[in-house]
Design a binder for this molecule. Sequence first.
Ligand code: ASP
Length: 454
Amino acid sequence: MVRTLALDCNKKIGQEVKLCGWVNTRRDHGKLIFIDLRDRSGIIQTVAEQGAKEVRPEFVIEIEGQVARRPKELVNQKLETGEVEVKAKTIKILNQAQTLPFPIDTPGLDIEEELRLKYRYLDLRRPRLTANLKLRHKVVNFARNWLDKEGFTEIETPILTKATPEGARDFLVPSRLQPGKFYALPQSPQQYKQLLMVAGFEKYYQIARCLRDEELRSDRQLEFTQFDLEMSFVTQDEILDVVERMFCAIVENFSQKKIFKKPFPKLTYNEVIKKYNSDKPDLRADKNDKKTLAFLWVCDFPMYEWDKTEKRWNSMHHPFTMPKLEHLKYLETEDLGRIKAQAYDLVCNGYELASGSIRIVDPAIQEKIFTAMGYKKEEVQAKFGHLLTAFKYGAPPMGGMAPSVDRFVMLLADEENIREVIAFPVSSSGQTAVMDAPSKVDEKTLKELKIKIK
Ligand code: ASP
């Protein structure tokens, strides 16, 4: 017999079915044992007169039986399959399960994080987390189709690559074939997506994994996912329009939430700082109002910020960002703090959801940006020569943006921590879920890599 999913039993009243799944609950009523069976589609009640004695919660079982309509007074409104049940004839135990280390029928927020992450595969059985990951899948899938219809091409870019500064430390990967040399994991696909514009794709996107070695927070992980976008021959407003329409479509399709103001309000960096003393203000009147998404564009960010410890100018967005044309002249001066960039953020309910900018495509300007940041000429060539070269072969005007998948899904799912919408996140101390990395490697591996630990 082919397998039937729990939810499909609604359409099979009177028929014989085979169900497979986990024992969600088991209620022993003496002569009758009720087993609520859980599979990927949902939960269904089964009733057994025999063969259920050894069955325990979370056992993996196979049940054959007949779907029956429940008597009116026994209908369970809380279950999608609440009008039916399966009269079990045979029950086969496919695999046993020990008692779980924690309950999974609660939201689980009170359970110690370390324990939840150690057994993340069990934590993910929790309906709240299962729902979050399914929502995430739907949002990403929708975005893919939406971008496809808008003419974007999805292209994968390398994970083993060279440093692309996004303001964080790089994760390095030692090369075995070229001892002493390292790959960097991408802080973002920034340079590659610009090169794809030089290649002529005009509209690129990627559901991109970014890796940054920085401090962890409730809305920050060492690796995270962005809807990475890049476009050619566009104005800043055209880029904002694409992102705004995509976000509105996702909100309308996957939540009951209200968007505070449409079109999204747009303020300059100077205006938000003056008005709210923050570059990611929460515009909701009631900061606990979970039904409203208050999107806001913040534009004209400063090009550079002064790094007090390093005593140097760092780019506020990234060094591939184009300054405002009328501020280019300040590049030759000492006060780089005056330069505003063609850079913008999308903010929502106090979170930075996306950053982007119009890019530099003039190699001379790009070089000036680097030298203003204190890079020596040879250093610029060694680190970014490939990009400067590419700009000499017909680079179109371009710009883009990278909205965060994690933060957006977190807001849609009413969660307060991005770890709740990521399958296998790292803990607040940077330990990976289940697999316990970072971990030591053996001497032989280090030797092959010609690495000595001090
Ligand atoms: N690469 C940028 C970031 O990760 C986004 C962009 O400029 O498109 O924030």
